[in-house]
Design a protein around this ligand. Sequence first.
Ligand SMILES: Cc1cc2nc3c(=O)[nH]c(=O)nc-3n(C[C@H](O)[C@H](O)[C@H](O)COP(=O)(O)OP(=O)(O)OC[C@H]3O[C@@H](n4cnc5c(N)ncnc54)[C@H](O)[C@@H]3O)c2cc1C
Length: 376
Amino acid sequence: MGIERWGNPPWRIDFHPAARRLPREVDFAIVGGGFSGLAAAAWLRRLAPQKSVAVFEAGFIGAGSSGHTGGIALGETAAGDLPGLGDVLAGYSTILRTLKVNCELSLGGAYELARRSGLAEAPISWSDSGNLRVAKEIPGGSVNPGKLVSGLARAAQRLGARIFDNARVEDIAPEESVRLRVRGAEVRARAALVATNALSLELSGLAGRAQPKFTLAVATEPLTSHQLDALGLASRKPFYTVDLPYLWGRLLASNRVIFGSGLVHLEDWRELEVLDIAKGEPAELLALLKRRVRGLHPALRSVKFTHQWGGPMLIGENWTPVFARHPRSARVLVLGAYSGHGVALSVYLGCWAAEALLARRSVPDWNQAPGAGRRV
Ligand SMILES: Cc1cc2nc3c(=O)[nH]c(=O)nc-3n(C[C@H](O)[C@H](O)[C@H](O)COP(=O)(O)OP(=O)(O)OC[C@H]3O[C@@H](n4cnc5c(N)ncnc54)[C@H](O)[C@@H]3O)c2cc1C
């Protein structure tokens, strides 16, 4: 999956599943080894240890957005609260604690930044197409994405899910049971979850219903506490702008600061398979982002960047995440399209999807697409 071409984020994914033969049959097949798919797999086994669960990942665990994210954990969805959603951040903390995932979760709040309406006592005052200041503090925080992906995979494996990397699902045929074609072989499942996000949009039935994009980020060298004080980042709260041009960022434990911005619009998700951050529009957007960061504050004027990368995201209709039955089969659930707001939501809804696969909870009614929910 185009991984070297997407650059290198400043964390490691240290989970690698053992090679094993593909099963012929499982109770539940999970397609996609990102936050959503891994959380669903772990939760399925936790709730129903007698049921067999397999995760099929086309590349490696975290190869998609989850390994290339920014790691800011926010509540609600990109479209705000939704009927029946509940408290995403409280649920997220409980799930990570229950699954014993240690990922440096810190939920001390996040800053919304704006050019027009800053707080009088705003800790941040930067120059970026105007005076960028804290407008509001909201619930949220951050995680170490490498530890989150690896921790979820380890939890799923420890609970008995089988994880297969380099196992692209090429097709899903919904019949009496679900038939998946994985690496050319057939695997039958009682039910499946497709959590492939911005990739494989024909497989998930999302082609034409959600828009794949590519977005970019850079990490600075570790900053001194003097620089962090001057920047107003001593509280270590992540931040994002609520007006344009968009900018988001956060600190890492190492005192590097990640800044992100820029969207590459794609006609077809397959463009992700050849997209190279060293060339063309992504390279120009990265250069622009670095110029912006150096111009934010005198403390950043000659800062060095140690990492640059990008990753895919999927924008849902009206910014609403997709959590629905597959248009071709009620036995297959589709989950994703968090519109850049998936770090907490993917895990939270992944566990909800596990409960829906076990018929312990219903699928929400957020997506009114024609054909969604129809039985084959
Ligand atoms: C640069 C960047 C910064 C971001 N920052 C934030 C942030 O700060 N806060 C926030 O809330 N959100 C953020 N996001 C969004 C967030 O990272 C995603 O919403 C989240 O990671 C989605 O997880 P997922 O498991 O649904 O999808 P993914 O992690 O994309 O997982 C999908 C997986 O499916 C696999 N796959 C695809 N096709 C197949 C197939 N046919 N067969 C088998 N496997 C397949 C892929 O290889 C991939 O591993 C950011 C995204 C990017 C790119």
